[in-house]
Design a protein around this ligand. Structure first.
Ligand code: NDP
Length: 213
């Protein structure tokens, strides 16, 4: 059984929920990257001896530049049906359900996985799509990118979770409150108080929070 709530963290275009192009991100958004790092590294109020887990697909792992992986200060979990070992500092599972069952604040003594304080699904589309089906998936940190969708040429998309009525968009104040509760005070500083868009590298984007109804 899944023992911790699961959050998705993702940046996607506003109209079509595009998230990738040719195996990489279609953009470079430094403030979004900073928020990603801060949120997924947040202590979350639990014991300092445990870290958050970041769960990703094999292709997303490969898209991270070698010098940045494994992602620091987080338990790196990589899903693959073909590769069994991604090297030091990683944990590999051949299914999402096995991974989520193994991630716990109090793993059994024989577990090779350290205790984790929280679980973030960090992509890509295959893993997000499967994670949406889990009842434990209760929150989405969504960076909405306002872009000329034609020009961006995304080839990888999130499923359209917004139209099914299961998910509710929270306010910017709710997002800031949540990050404060998570002791993620640095991240709060990155979020414009009035929900204003951030402008970087010719794109505009906004941080949003969604919760399951
Ligand atoms: P994924 O990163 O989801 O990786 C897919 C691979 O993961 C599969 O080929 C398989 O590996 C493994 N896998 C998938 N499902 C399972 C499962 N249930 N159990 C075990 N292994 C599984 O690839 P996508 O192509 O969907 O997404 C990659 C794209 O998404 C890239 O363009 C990337 O840049 C982008 N991205 C965007 C993000 C954003 O926030 N905008 C965030 C993350 C990624 P194998 O073939 O080895 O069996």
């Amino acid at each position: 059984a899944v023992q911790l709530p699961v959050a998705l963290i993702v940046a996607a275009t506003h109209a079509s929920l595009g998230i990738g192009r040719a195996g990489t991100l279609p953009w470079r958004l430094p403030t979004d990257m900073a928020l990603f790092r801060l949120v997924t590294s947040a202590p979350g109020g639990s014991s300092a001896s445990s870290q958050p887990a970041v769960v990703m697909g094999r292709k997303s792992w490969e898209s991270i530049p070698k010098k940045f992986r494994p992602l620091r200060n987080r338990v790196n979990v990589v899903l693959s049906r073909t590769v069994t070992d991604f090297g030091p500092g990683t944990h590999t599972f051949s299914s999402l359900s096995q991974a989520l069952s193994a991630l716990s604040p109090t793993p059994p003594p024989a577990s090779t996985i350290p205790p984790v304080s929280s679980i973030y699904i960090i992509g890509g589309a295959e893993i997000y799509t499967e994670a949406f089906k889990y009842p434990a998936t209760s929150r989405i940190f969504l960076t909405t990118v306002y872009a000329d969708e034609e020009a961006l040429q995304c080839d990888t998309f999130l499923p359209d979770f917004r139209s099914i009525g299961e998910w509710e968009q929270k306010s910017t104040a709710d997002l800031r409150r949540l990050l404060n509760d998570m002791e993620c005070h640095e991240a709060v500083q990155l979020i414009p108080e009035d929900g204003d868009r951030i402008k970087e590298n010719g794109l505009e984007y906004a941080f949003t929070l969604w919760e399951k109804r």
